[in-house]
Design a protein around this ligand. Structure first.
Ligand code: 13P
Length: 236
């Protein structure tokens, strides 16, 4: 069963998120779609959504704390209010733009692991690493597993090459296959691909050996498109 996840990043308001979730939920219900669907809205748009069992709301980020003095951050006290038990960790935008170190990421991972959260753990290499070939790429990616318990039961991995995120340049099927099969040989966890996945290419990408689903940004923000993406992969 495909895992289809939408990362809203810094998009949608509280109101438009509610409309999106409501529409998506009715779609999954009416069409009896059984794919595992995840949506990661902004923290300000979290709410007590009443959803079908295969639609899960998660948070894009949170601090490794229940509560405290961490200006601008949220902790589990805020997440518990909405029953959130799913988190994205290690996204390239947090690693590269927000400068989260592997050490901080590991700390966050361990904190949320202890609480039993489903963790979608993201890894990916920048263009200059990709250009050095597969061996260097894998070396770089394995560095992103330092300190991470890859046997954690509620772990889902997402391979998102940095150069493919939000650029319209999707990795080739061969690139995806090579990286996914190498990771799969080491870690037996569901592995999503992310990076410029669209309505038109989602089925092909999700059909590649070693791809268990996808984590989508841009192409998932219009609910009609996201529904089409789910429709296109529902039997995989
Ligand atoms: P895009 O789908 O916009 O390339 O973003 C992918 C991503 O970063 C999902 O987390």
């Amino acid at each position: 069963m495909a895992i289809i996840a939408s990362n809203f990043k810094t998009n949608h308001t509280r109101k438009s998120t509610a409309t999106f979730i409501e529409e998506l939920n009715s779609f999954l219900d009416e069409k009896s779609i059984s794919s595992d669907v995840y949506v990661f809205p902004t923290a300000t748009s979290l709410d007590e959504f009443n959803t079908v069992s295969n639609l899960t709301l998660g948070v894009q980020n949170a601090y490794a704390t229940a509560k405290g003095s961490f200006t601008g951050e949220i902790g589990t006290e805020q997440l518990d209010e909405f029953g959130i038990k799913t988190i994205l960790i290690g996204h390239s935008e947090r690693r590269h733009i927000l400068k989260e170190s592997q050490e901080e990421i590991t700390k966050k991972f361990n904190f949320y692991k202890e609480l039993g959260y489903t963790i979608i753990y993201c890894i990916g290499e920048p263009l200059e690493v990709k250009e050095q070939g597969l061996e260097k790429t894998l070396e770089y990616l394995y560095e992103q597993f330092v300190g991470i318990d890859t046997n954690y039961e509620n772990l889902i991995l997402a391979y998102e090459p940095v150069w493919a995120i939000g650029t319209g340049v999707t990795a080739t099927n061969n690139d995806i296959k090579a990286v996914h099969s190498a990771i799969k040989q080491k870690i037996s966890k569901p592995l999503l691909y992310g990076g410029s996945v669209k309505v038109a290419n989602v089925r092909e990408i999700c059909s590649i050996d070693g791809v268990d689903g996808t984590l989508i940004g841009t192409a998932s923000w219009v609910v009609e498109d996201f529904k089409q993406i789910i429709e296109n992969t529902k039997d995989l």
